[in-house]
Design a protein around this ligand. Sequence first.
Ligand code: SAM
Length: 256
Amino acid sequence: MTIRGASRLAAADVIVWASSLVPAAVLDGARADAVIHDSAVMTLEDVLGVYALDPGAAIVRLHSGDPSVYGAIQEQIDWCTLNRRDFEIVPGVSSVAAAAAALGRELTVPRLSQSVVLTRLAGRTAASMPDRESVAAFAAQGATMAIFLSAARPTELQEQLLAAGSGYSQESPAAIVIRASWPDERVIRTTVGQLAEALRQSEATMTALVLVGAVLGDNGPAPRSHLYSPSYAHTFRRRSSPGSTAGRPTRRQRGG
Ligand SMILES: C[S@@+](CC[C@H](N)C(=O)[O-])C[C@H]1O[C@@H](n2cnc3c(N)ncnc32)[C@H](O)[C@@H]1O
């Protein structure tokens, strides 16, 4: 959670939190007298009913990760707009970032992949999924892919990753990160060809993120990025020569 998220939680009169995706310990940061609702057992109408009940209250809807990714927040934004209720969206740390950290990997390594596809299998919500956005369609790019909400359908996921024209092979690296950033986080490294079996063995169906792509492999030292190359000038740094004093530490001035 970000500092801003923690401070909003600490100040909340009412909290609607997703118990299925957020560790209960996070609520330790709430006021003892805060009214707490669990969105896991609520419909959208139930949640909006809580928002409608007390327009003057400080209400926090506590989502998992970053709310812009499969957060179902657009319908809440629309309700707030329609009902002239002010709201603030506090960015969070998505499970894709937490999973990359758990794996100790950058997801965009020069020459291996410079793009990350965040997607999911269509599943029961197939009607929400535009045709051109199947996992198989994205697999053709061979870029880094983070697959949400799909651990319960291992065979279909592997088949789509290896569909005709895929940029991945059986040997392409893959990883499953279960409960990323939770105290009981688990990391399973595998290949696309072994992914379905690894998912089945993990017995994880929820709170599991699948990552696929060459950046997860054992690629030796990564080609260095342009950004910190001495020969690459940009807005904040001139091209530097050997012995240059650029980059000397500076102290931040405190107080007046
Ligand atoms: C409704 S989506 C919410 C995603 C969330 N907004 C985010 O930024 O991570 C739930 C899916 O996100 C992934 N997910 C959420 N939290 C996770 C965690 N701590 N570890 C691994 N995957 C997680 C899983 O794929 C899960 O099925």
